[in-house]
Design a protein around this ligand. Structure first.
Ligand code: KG4
Ligand code: ZN
Length: 364
């Protein structure tokens, strides 16, 4: 650890010092198309958070344009940090450490958050830490008052990941299963594109599915008849694709057809996720389940898991809806857990667009 030259150089000098002083953390999230900033306090919990979504920026392109995402993060970070500090009734002197998303994600977008976060920490003379985005998602339910105790099973379902993880503590992760191809969120987004719903596809498909009938089309539940906890959602998209084509061939693709296809598709994804969650809980002999990541905002998934957990006499925990998708609060909290334990980075600025979560070190 090299020396810091700032007001709080004494705080940042060593990890031992950091262990004693980290009470309030500024968190920065810029891994994809959302700029999130938050302040988490050891005693008072989450003090403030702000999120700026780039949906309007990317909408006309039908998906995230990485270069535009990076530029927009640059534009929004500084005003958001000022806004969050004011909302948290904090000045830079009150911040003990900075946490930023180091990966996985879009390399340019990550670089913006890493450079900004690292520079802020240097200027303020406090430690900084690059946080794993999926660990942020995984720990997001800890921001709620009704939080799960360890150990639990976590289902992480986002645009880039579908993972079942046994969680014995912060950083103590055993990967039980994951998607061999498309992530659940990615599958939602691709099916939404086939139905011409635009970006972001997942929430739009879910809204349309609520108007549809689940039983008109029968889509398969991939890999449920094989043992194990891996997923495969890539082949499933053939079904909405072929059904859209069949409807068009038979005349036209009506709004009701679209809604019924959306409902059948969502039903297939949700059932698959529920079956694998049940299997993971039974395999590990656990009764607590955490669902996090963008797809955990899906109402049908929440309802299906609640019903399943009742049968299993277990409990399911979620982040509040705004912390299911990307946000700064989860990064502030995950960073806090590690910084408080004395873990911090050197002054180098590094990002990891691909970063297996199992490489993280455990926190005592
Ligand atoms: O966690 P997240 O915000 O970003 C990543 O880390 O990827 O997840 C975004 C993903 C997208 O694929 C989006 O379509 C999906 O989560 N998503 C949903 C819903 N809300 C977001 N999928 C299904 N139903 C939803 N309500
Ligand atoms: Zn995410």
């Amino acid at each position: 650890m090299r020396a810091f030259h700032g007001r709080k150089a004494d705080k940042a000098e060593s990890s031992v010092a950091a262990r004693q002083v980290v009470g309030r953390v500024l968190g920065i999230e810029t891994s994809c198309d959302e700029t999130g900033v938050a302040v988490y306090d050891a005693d008072r919990g989450l003090l403030a958070h702000r999120l700026y979504s780039q949906i309007a920026l990317h909408e006309s392109f039908g998906g995230v344009v990485p270069e535009l995402a990076s530029r927009d993060h640059i534009r929004k970070l500084s005003p958001l940090v000022k806004e969050v500090l004011a909302a948290a009734d904090s000045s830079p002197e009150d911040i003990d450490a900075v946490a930023y998303t180091q990966g996985p994600g879009l390399v340019g977008a990550l670089m913006v958050g890493a450079c900004f976060g690292r520079a802020l920490a240097y200027g303020w003379g406090v430690p900084a830490l690059g946080v794993h985005h999926m660990e942020g998602h995984l720990l997001a339910p800890m921001l709620e008052t009704d939080r799960p105790e360890f150990p639990f099973i976590a289902l992480l379902v986002s645009g880039g990941h579908t993972q079942l993880v046994r969680v014995d503590g912060v950083g103590q992760y055993k990967m039980l299963g994951e998607s061999l191809d498309d992530a659940a969120g990615e599958a939602f987004d691709k099916a939404a594109k086939m139905l011409e719903l635009g970006y972001p596809g997942g929430p739009k498909l879910a809204a349309l599915a609520a108007q549809g009938r689940r039983d008109r089309f029968d889509f398969p539940r991939p890999m449920v008849n094989r043992p194990g906890l891996d997923f495969s959602f890539s082949g499933l998209k053939t079904y909405p694709l072929n059904t859209v084509a069949a409807c068009r061939e038979a005349g036209e693709l009506s709004d009701q057809d679209k809604a019924d296809i959306a409902a059948a598709f969502q039903d297939a994804v949700v059932s698959t996720l529920v079956i694998k969650c049940r299997r993971a809980l039974q395999q590990e002999g656990l009764t607590r389940l955490v669902i996090a990541g963008g797809v955990s905002a899906n109402t049908q998934l929440r309802e299906a898991l609640a019903a399943e957990m009742q049968k299993l006499r277990g409990r399911v925990y979620y982040p509040r809806p705004e912390f299911c998708t990307d946000n700064g609060a989860m990064i502030a909290y995950a960073g806090f857990c590690r910084l408080r334990a004395g873990i911090q980075d050197d002054l180098g600025i590094r990002v990891r667009p691909r970063w297996p979560m199992t490489e993280l070190e455990g926190v005592a």
